[in-house]
Design a protein around this ligand. Structure first.
Ligand code: ADP
Ligand code: F6P
Length: 323
């Protein structure tokens, strides 16, 4: 193998640039050429492919986003689109491909491998931390710290005004960001897509807290919670209870940007080196994950077949601590 390709796909996450740098530098170290592919599978189909050298990735380890840009690409879902992509890889003499993204991007990579024999290795890049085959994804640590910082700031003003705040964090299908940032921010309750919650129970919890002397409360709501987000939930609580004067903050895409934490930079760096070494060793159709302190290679399919679910015990801890 002489030449590999590299792309970022799906939702961006802080640390993708650190992963790009690691792949390019590890490849160079091992005598491989790297070609960067712009805007994920879209750029692959359109042939937007260019050489990427070790100096091209200087000064990016600390930057959020992805210098290769990212996209979602419907054409790649079709066999014709993937055939165009495979032809463009062949045209550039690219024999291996590193895909940085979530489980959707991995499904695309698995098809490219199965249908055209392209040797793909996946790196888990998503703030959601919902991919099977790894304890942590690149970007999660930064996102939870961003969310926690926002919660801390809201707490200040909530305390000053004796108010109830609903804070919506990201996670359409996964409550991991909500759960961890909620515990770290000392939230009074946390609502998640994975757990059924009744508005009545939430109101009861607020009343109990008030009886115990709480004057303000913070409820963390994952965007994918069954009520359809913090706005709807806050209105339901206001309609059904004495808690009329509540406030809502939607943190949104703030969680997707920003300089990655040391944890994300190091995770991305280790995983990038591992991906290149895996390709050199002849591996394909695998993803790099971390289990405990150890990096591991797992089949790409683990990502969507064994989607990570947090330990429900965490929710109990959150409730115990919000007494
Ligand atoms: P993520 O990788 O963050 O989960 P998406 O689910 O949006 O993000 O997937 C990113 C891209 O991967 C899609 O726009 C599409 O091009 C490709 N992709 C996703 N699922 C499939 C699939 N089942 N088959 C082929 N390609 C897919
Ligand atoms: O998968 C990452 C994520 O940020 C989710 O938490 C969120 O639901 C989704 O992407 C939003 O995606 P976008 O706004 O990019 O379409």
């Amino acid at each position: 193998m002489k030449r590999i390709g590299l792309l970022t796909s799906g939702g961006d996450s802080p640390g993708m640039n650190a992963a790009i740098r690691a792949v390019v530098r590890a490849a160079t170290f091992n005598g491989l050429e790297v070609f960067g592919i712009e805007r994920g599978y879209k750029g692959l189909i359109e042939g937007d492919i260019h050489p990427l050298g070790p100096r091209d990735v200087s000064g990016i380890i600390n930057r959020g986003g992805t210098i290769l840009h990212t996209a979602r690409c419907k054409e790649f879902m079709e066999p014709e689109g993937r055939a165009l992509a495979a032809a463009n890889l062949a045209k550039h003499g690219i024999e291996g491909l590193v895909v940085i993204g979530g489980d959707g991007s991995y499904q695309g990579a698995a098809k490219l491998h199965a249908e055209f024999g392209i040797r793909c290795i996946g790196l888990p890049g998503t703030i959601d931390n919902d991919i099977g085959g790894t304890d942590y994804t690149i970007g999660f640590d930064t996102a939870i710290n961003t969310a926690m910082d926002a919660i801390d700031r809201i707490r200040d003003t909530a305390n000053s005004h004796d108010r109830i705040f609903f804070i919506e964090v990201m996670g359409r299908r996964s409550g991991y960001v909500a759960m961890i940032s909620g515990i770290a921010g000392g939230a009074e309750d946390i609502l998640l897509p994975e757990v059924e919650t009744s508005v009545e129970m939430l109101i009861e919890r607020l009343r109990t807290g008030q009886k115990r002397g709480k004057k303000s409360s913070i409820i963390i709501v994952a965007e994918g919670c069954e009520y359809g987000g913090a706005m709807v939930l806050a209105k339901r609580v206001s309609d059904q209870s004495e808690y009329k004067d509540n406030r809502v903050t939607v943190i949104g895409h703030l969680q997707r940007g920003g300089s990655p934490t040391a944890m994300d930079r190091v995770l991305a760096s280790r995983m990038g080196v591992h991906a290149v070494e895996a390709l050199i060793a002849g591996e394909a159709g695998k993803m790099v994950g971390v289990s405990g302190q150890q990096l591991q290679l797992r089949p790409l399919s683990d990502a969507w077949e064994q989607r990570t679910r947090f330990d429900m015990e965490l929710l109990r801890v959150a409730h115990v601590l919000s007494v």
